[in-house]
Design a protein around this ligand. Sequence first.
Ligand code: NAD
Length: 453
Amino acid sequence: MDSHTSQDQIIRSITQHKAYFESGNTLPLQQRINALNLLEKNLIANRDALIDALHQDLGKPELEAHVAEYHFLLEEIRLVTRKLAKWVKPGRARTPLHFHPSRASIQRDPFGVTLIIAPWNYPIQLSIAPLISAIAAGNTVILKPSELAPPSEQLLTKLIADTFDPAHATVITGDASTSRELLAQPFDFIFFTGSTEVGRIVAQQAAAHLTPCILELGGKCPVVVDEHTDIEQTARRILIGKFFNGGQTCFAPDFVAVHENAHAELVAAMTELLRTTPWHQEMAHIINRRHYDRIQSLITGTEVCFESDDADALRIAPRLLPDAQWSDPALNEEIFGPVLPIVKFSNRNELITRLRKFTSPLALYLFSSDKSFTRELTHAIRSGSVCINDTMKQSGNLNLPFGGVGASGHGRYRGRFGVESFTYQRPVVRRPFLKDLFEIIPPYAEKLPMIRR
Ligand code: NAD
């Protein structure tokens, strides 16, 4: 598809979506719920194809694909369809006496034609989860999945075509140039998940049309381990979070900063876990050669690793960098792979100064049984979310909002928060044709005594 055809197709699709939205077809609540129920049914029918696509794209183990993509989406659809009527019900508002008689309410209205751009690391979940919010909120959706996960891209194209009228939700495939073509159009709302670098481009393009947008971006999520902690549990919970999806999770523990008194014990516990757990055999592979080479370039200094890498299979063995320094390459960019650098700190002030040098991450992980420590760190270090004494648990809870702050993005979604993000609050005032108690109409002189009272 050359870029001209692509642009024609995009414009045609947006025109159809605009007409569909303006026809009011996306609005009836029961129709939104029916569409999501059909999506659920089609996801269930395509469960094996979905697991297979994720296996082809990333070598995802079935358990991970089931939990983090398939089942996650079913849970979200079930929550949203159950609660939608309550979430979008207009809220009543009080009316000041001088506007009486009058009724005031706040409607939640959809934006209109929305664009969702997705990444490759959870290619199905991160495409469909925002789509669920958008459809539930009464919008139409043009979805641009990642070109780096082609079997998932194909599955999404079929799934959406089988579920929705193409003017209601449709998939447009392509690479960064298609994405740029899309971003050049005047959408009513944009939801982007991807790198901070591309997020900046999306924000600029959205600004050109004054289009509101949500940006779900990346960053380096620190794990802080205090000296007062259960080392065995800490080591276990960090590695489980780190190696899920081969470390290719936007809110994965990126690096560990451990108190110098606990360093040796933590490294010993992690080394033992790494030696005895078959992670390497049960882990997603790296998405492509470019990322494989990039991650390899971050592996410097001493390492703890019990398996070998395989460039042809894009497999990087899980490893620790136990003596990492704050200035190492692995501490300077988002790792997005199964490599865990461990740096030391000696006191809170030093730790806070060092962590504040990073841009704000999606998540901050704190391990300590000392509540004053976790309270101080939570207050001192800005992040999209916080999880204390575990990793990643804040993101699997659909009752919590998900999103970043600063360089890790802005805006929230999941469950109720997603529906709220894809709508805007619209105040509606209705007055009966009764005689007004007070009108601001000349001559003003005779009104002044009334307002001066
Ligand atoms: P990416 O930014 O390279 O690509 C994301 C999407 O943007 C793709 O669909 C791609 O086609 C498109 N794109 C790429 N270059 C573009 C350009 N110049 N102009 C317009 N569109 C462009 O990200 P990725 O490599 O697919 O994903 C990995 C990144 O995403 C990591 O940084 C990760 O932390 C982040 N991420 C964030 C979240 C979150 O929820 N916050 C979730 C997953 C991934």
